[in-house]
Write a protein that binds this ligand. Structure first.
Ligand code: NAD
Length: 259
């Protein structure tokens, strides 16, 4: 799975979304993170088909929305997503949120999609350690990915350690804290030493922390900027200074009380 990709949440204008995805693919992005909720699966499919990339060189993630959860409902929602994307398979399909009393059945359907080779990897999103523990009591396969809110102000140490111990990859959503961590002076100063922007420094912190990272932007210059993160390395001291910024601050909902 690529460690870096484009998140496309709140890309609602079809033309703007399409252009952002087209730009990202031209700039070498190979992964796109969408969801049925985002309403742009059709544009993801179009952008990929119109690019000069081969399907097998791309990594497409989508998610089953909360109101579609349950076993049969998930299979149905998946088919709808696949039709909108006009693809034969997805690389990764996730339970979007752990809907109480539904998320285990939802995941069971995701396992079936995996067995039927309609997805290449199974996963979940917004699962806390207790959700993962409960899921694993009935799952045939551990989820391969857990996608959670993760940025310098919410470092998710417990969840990350649990996932690492269980061989579950972590994807950081809102990796830039929805843009709100970009004002951080400590990170700006660290980035300055390398001639990197605050966004690039945060993305690099994610990569070195072994998080898959999917920053979102529709602005062409930022799409380019966010990908220029493979030519420098933060020191252990830089990493520790950014880790220390944790203040348990969420910009999205809490997985235990989001409804
Ligand atoms: P993000 O942390 O990626 O921040 C995006 C915002 O930061 C943009 O709107 C833009 O204003 C700003 N930005 C981006 N690059 C910048 C740059 N170089 N300079 C200045 N500003 C910049 O926030 P996000 O969109 O919430 O999260 C990224 C992706 O994570 C989403 O698009 C989506 O794919 C995924 N996501 C998943 C869930 C989930 O429940 N699984 C929830 C939220 C987001």
């Amino acid at each position: 799975m690529p460690r870096f990709g484009l998140g496309v949440y709140k890309m609602t204008d079809p033309e703007e979304s399409y252009l952002a995805m087209e730009k990202a693919l031209q700039e070498g992005y190979t992964a796109i993170d969408t969801a049925s909720l985002y309403g742009n699966e059709q544009q993801v499919g179009e952008a990929l088909r119109n690019s000069n990339k081969k399907r097998q060189d791309l990594f497409i993630t989508s998610k089953v929305w909360n109101t579609d959860q349950g076993y049969d409902e998930t299979l149905f929602a998946f088919e709808k997503s696949l039709n909108l994307l006009q693809m034969d398979y997805l690389d990764l399909y996730l339970t979007h949120w752990p809907v109480p009393s539904k998320f285990k059945e939802t995941y069971r359907a995701i396992e079936r999609l995996y067995d039927e080779k309609l997805i290449r990897a199974t996963g979940v999103s917004n699962h806390q350690v207790h959700h993962l523990e409960e899921l694993m009591t009935t799952a045939n396969y551990k989820p391969m990915v857990n996608q959670i809110e993760l940025h310098p102000y919410l470092t998710q140490v417990e969840n990350r350690e649990f996932c690492q111990a269980n061989n579950i990859a972590i994807t950081a959503w809102s990796p830039l804290g929805r843009g709100k961590v970009l004002q951080d002076e400590t990170i700006r100063q660290i980035g300055e030493q390398y001639n990197k922007t605050t966004a690039q420094t945060i993305i690099r912190w994610h990569l070195q922390g072994d998080h898959i990272v999917i920053p979102k932007s529709v602005t062409p210059s930022r799409i380019v900027e966010n990908a220029q993160v493979f030519d420098f390395e933060l020191t252990a001291e830089d990493m520790a200074r950014i880790d220390a910024l944790h203040r348990d601050e969420r910009f999205g909902s809490h997985p235990d009380h989001y409804a």
